[in-house]
Design a protein around this ligand. Structure first.
Ligand code: GLN
Length: 266
């Protein structure tokens, strides 16, 4: 049986400033290399509600404050309720930077009014002001959120360490929601509390661009397996791929960031 996935991509033109389309490409290719077909569907102003209802997997990228404000003008009412329903119904997703800010309670941008969020994630984000230093640079963090961390450790046989690149002015503060992980290098959510991202149901929220998934293929495979398990109601273990290039790139980053970690399998 050929398996098929509908990948919903949140506002690709507005929330594509920081190269997170690479997450879409990574998921698409890693599925296709296993003979799983993927349909990439823009979830944006033009997408009718029934399209939102049918997705099996969601990707949300980053954006500048202005674009986030435009997105939130559209992401209201039935669409907002539908996105919340998808996440609550364990549809897996990866949401980067500006996206998790909008999934939270609110985002106070550098200029202008507070942007009310969807309240799906119990977090708030605040930009300290136009002239404030941005959180920019390579980031590394150990995934600690459960059950994700335990599942990844079982697969990797090692600590699940993710690497990426962050570029955000907003600082995020968590309420009653799990952090995605513990910062090893870089700023993370706010450069103060040592946490990076958030994890809720099967939604991975992170400040790590890069893009995240090609740099951490084990996360891409986790998302694909969870989406397939939910859709086909059966346990899925994807065949491993030849990730030698990704492994070499990660080792280089571990050395560059002077991270004393074992040669993580991937
Ligand atoms: N505009 C938001 C901020 O500066 C999000 C940036 C991003 O998505 N990289 O925090």
């Amino acid at each position: 049986m050929t398996m098929h996935l509908k990948l919903g991509w949140l506002y690709p033109t507005l929330m594509g400033t920081y190269g997170d389309r690479g997450n879409v490409i990574c998921l698409e290719k890693r599925a296709q290399w296993r003979q799983i077909t993927v349909e990439v569907i823009p979830l944006d102003k033009e997408a009718p509600l029934n399209v939102w209802e049918e997705v099996d997997l969601i990707v949300g990228g980053g954006a500048q404050d202005r674009q986030q404000e435009i997105v939130m003008r559209d992401l209201q009412g039935a669409k907002a309720e539908q996105l919340k329903a998808l996440i609550e119904d364990q549809v897996p997703g990866v949401f980067t930077c500006g996206s998790p800010q909008l999934l939270g309670k609110y985002y106070e941008p550098a200029l202008g009014q507070r942007i009310e969020g969807l309240g799906i994630l119990d977090l708030v984000s605040k930009h300290p002001g136009f002239g404030a230093k941005r959180c920019i640079g390579n980031v590394a963090f150990e995934i600690t959120a459960e059950p994700l961390a335990t599942e990844l450790k079982a697969k990797l046989g090692d600590r699940p360490i993710a690497i990426g690149f962050e570029n955000h002015g907003g600082r995020t503060y968590l309420g009653e929601v799990q952090p995605l992980g513990k910062v090893l290098k870089g700023y993370g959510n706010n450069g103060e509390d040592g946490w990076e991202g958030a994890f809720y149901q099967k939604a991975i929220a992170t400040y790590a661009h890069g893009p995240l998934l090609p740099k951490n293929p084990f996360l891409a495979d986790w998302l694909l397996e969870k989406a397939l398990e939910r859709k086909y109601n059966t346990e899925i273990h994807l065949d491993p791929l030849d990730d030698q290039l990704a492994r070499q790139a990660r080792q280089t980053m571990f050395q560059r960031l002077t991270l004393s970690v074992s040669s993580s399998p991937i």
